[in-house]
Write a protein that binds this ligand. Structure first.
Ligand code: NAD
Ligand code: UDP
Length: 348
């Protein structure tokens, strides 16, 4: 049985579907601070069976101990965390407490329960402003420009020293590039709270008419069209990488870092044109000043994961945008809306 922390969230819910479909038993621990119970109802609809669900916090040691006693858990996929960069600047302690201290509490409870396999959600943000592209795992980590990024780097360092201190640990640090897209069913996807911070969720809300235009943050970067370049990866490819990492952990072996990206960079304007191609509608945008803390470009060298995990992202940008668009049209108000009504309205 696999414990999935943060399993009601965007990436976690897709991972739970994949685990259930692979025949695993799953228990989800989530405090629902950035997600809803509805996502797991939809997960059950897709997978044909439901994961166990525990409503609670990764910082609650007593609850963790009960959970590890109650279920025959052998490994943990640890998605639970806070991820809003701007909020992390305003409230850094909350970020360190959840992302760093929460991960420590989880590991302490795991060790006491004799569970030593952990897949950790890290981020390409730990590389900071890397000078040469693509970024491979040997590239030095940088100085993340915000407390969110710092918290991921701190958690990585905690996990590295932990694995060095006790060879029973087997830990995968997965550095995600830019996860986008949704399950092909359109039943689960990203449901941001308030004004989206990330590019694609914002573009999708413009495309459905919830926002008038996209702000393109700067067109004077040293990139081919002047706009920021990122490595967008389909969430289903990302999740496949987790399943491969989990298999690999069962073989033992300390701590390993793997980039999960496609190896291809895409600019903001390329994203705009590609989404217009998928929706068949013009996407209004205006160019504004650069967003502070943004880097010009960032894309992965994914060959280490290809070699060691036999994993490679297979879905192209069109698939990412088509799947994201399907989710957005069926759920214009995220999990608050009624997907059946939306589907009927779209069909008529
Ligand atoms: P998400 O917010 O959709 O999911 C995180 C889940 O964790 C939510 O369901 C939330 O309710 C839960 N949670 C938060 N704090 C908790 C706590 N203290 N106890 C229990 N549950 C808690 O985010 P996501 O996009 O699915 O991201 C998952 C992980 O991947 C996060 O750790 C995030 O930092 C990391 N990550 C995400 C991205 C991205 O672009 N989405 C990129 C790199 C890394
Ligand atoms: N971006 C933008 N408008 C937005 C949100 C993002 O132009 O409303 C740009 C941003 O400057 C960056 C790219 O889109 O070049 C990806 O931003 P996102 O926040 O999604 O990812 P991150 O910067 O964290 O990699």
């Amino acid at each position: 049985m696999i414990l999935v922390t943060g399993g009601a969230g965007y990436i976690g819910s897709h991972a739970v579907v994949a685990l259930l479909q692979a025949g695993q038993e799953v228990v989800v621990l989530d405090n629902l601070c950035n997600s809803s119970r509805e996502s797991l109802t939809r997960v059950a609809q897709i997978a044909g069976r439901a994961p166990r669900f525990v409503h609670g916090d990764i910082r609650d040691r007593v609850l963790l101990d009960e959970l590890f006693q109650q279920w025959p858990i052998t490994a943990v996929m640890h998605f639970a965390g806070l991820k809003a960069v701007g909020e992390s600047v305003r409230d850094p302690l909350r970020y360190y407490q959840t992302n760093v201290a929460g991960s420590i509490t989880l590991c302490q409870a795991m060790a006491d329960a004799g569970i030593f396999q952990l897949v950790f959600s890290s981020s390409a943000t730990v590389y900071g402003e890397s000078v040469s592209m693509p970024i491979c795992e040997r590239c030095p980590t940088g100085i993340p420009t915000n407390p969110y990024g710092q918290s991921k780097l701190m958690a990585e360092n905690v996990l590295k020293t932990l694995a060095d201190s006790d060879h029973r640990w087997s830990i995968a640090l997965l550095r995600y590039f830019n996860p986008v897209g949704a399950h092909e069913s359109g039943l689960i996807g990203e449901d941001p709270n308030g004004i989206p911070n990330n590019l694609l969720p914002y573009m999708l809300q413009v495309a459905v008419g919830r926002r008038p235009y996209l702000n393109v943050y700067g067109d004077d970067y040293p990139t081919p069209d002047g706009t920021g370049v990122r490595d967008y990866i389909h969430v289903l490819d990302l999740v496949d990488g987790h399943l491969r990492a989990l298999e690999r952990l069962a073989l033992g072996g300390g701590v390993a870092v793997w980039n999960l990206g496609t190896g291809r960079g895409c600019s903001v304007l390329e994203m705009v044109r590609a989404l217009e191609g998928v929706t068949g509608r013009a996407l209004p945008f205006r160019v504004v000043a650069r967003r502070s803390g943004d880097i010009a470009q960032c894309w992965a060298d994914p060959t280490k994961a290809e070699r060691e995990l036999r994993w490679r992202a297979t879905r192209d940008l069109r698939a990412m945008l088509e799947d994201a668009w399907r989710w957005q049209r069926l759920n214009p108000h995220g999990y608050q809306g009624d997907v059946e009504k939306a589907a009927a309205a779209l069909a008529s």
